[in-house]
Design a protein around this ligand. Structure first.
Ligand SMILES: O=P(O)(O)OC[C@H]1O[C@](O)(CO)[C@@H](O)[C@@H]1O
Length: 241
């Protein structure tokens, strides 16, 4: 695992932006894996700036998001589709039909999970996957205990994850109990992973990620076995290392 340590969140976002722009510029058909949550917001803003300055185009990019809440429609402000539109897609030249998220409001969620895997495979798999890190080590919505060989599937969210994400909802009761997420096996197939971790709240998780044993009890630990992971952290996230 390559580790890049930067001073603060702003530098973290710029460094991540550099890696994504490199990927997009050096290939005429990149497949990007994208994440939601607070951490990548700065990265998306940096990428929008690069696009506006004419430094990069997303016309030939395909994107696959990691996850989506179950039972939440695309136009619901709490959906991850809405988040992606607002924070990134609406501001760049990525064609709508090249931006995929698992459809959270579909009738047959299991079928959608299966189809999502097929779509990723048909696109040639993910070149660069952006990841955030949950406090309990989750990646995507793969909670502790998820098998390392899991594929895109429907998950029951941990209470701790629902509490961590309640800040985006009117109350904890409004946070969905289920979600669709790429599996850990799916994530591990991406050719490059860029893992972004910021802030002192994540310091214990970073310590476990880097020095802990590889166990399904801490899903992100499997990244120790991936051939091409870049962990970008700010000083606060490294404070317990
Ligand atoms: O970046 P944040 O908001 O700390 O979230 C970390 C992780 O938790 C999730 O938001 C899911 O709870 C992921 O999408 C994200 O990568």
């Amino acid at each position: 695992m390559e580790m890049i340590s930067v001073k603060n969140y702003d530098e973290l976002s710029k460094k991540a932006c550099e890696l994504l722009v490199n990927q997009v510029k050096n290939s005429d058909s990149s497949v990007l894996g994208l994440a939601t949550g607070s951490t990548p917001e700065g990265l998306y803003q940096q990428l929008i700036n690069e696009y506006r300055n004419g430094h990069v185009s997303f016309g030939h990019v395909t994107t696959f998001n990691l996850d989506e809440y179950a039972g939440v429609a695309a136009d619901d402000p709490n959906s991850y589709r809405y988040y992606m539109n607002e924070k990134f897609f609406n501001h760049i030249d990525l064609p709508d039909e090249q931006a995929y998220l698992p459809p959270g409001d579909a009738v047959d969620l299991e079928k959608e999970c299966h189809d999502y895997e097929t779509l990723i495979a048909d696109s040639g798999y993910v070149d660069l996957q952006v990841l955030g890190l949950g406090l309990n080590g989750h990646i995507g919505f793969n909670e502790p205990g998820t098998p390392f060989d899991s594929r895109t599937h429907v998950v029951e969210l941990d209470e701790s994850t629902r509490e961590a994400n309640a800040r985006f909802f009117p109350s904890i009761d409004d946070v969905p109990k289920k979600a669709l997420t790429m599996g850990i096996g799916t994530i591990m197939e991406s050719r490059q992973v860029v893992l972004l971790v910021s802030g002192s709240k994540k310091a214990d998780a970073v310590k476990q990620l880097v020095h802990g044993k590889v166990t399904e009890d801490f899903p992100a630990s499997i990244l120790q076995k991936h051939q091409n992971v870049t962990l970008i952290t700010d000083e606060a996230a490294l404070s317990k290392l």
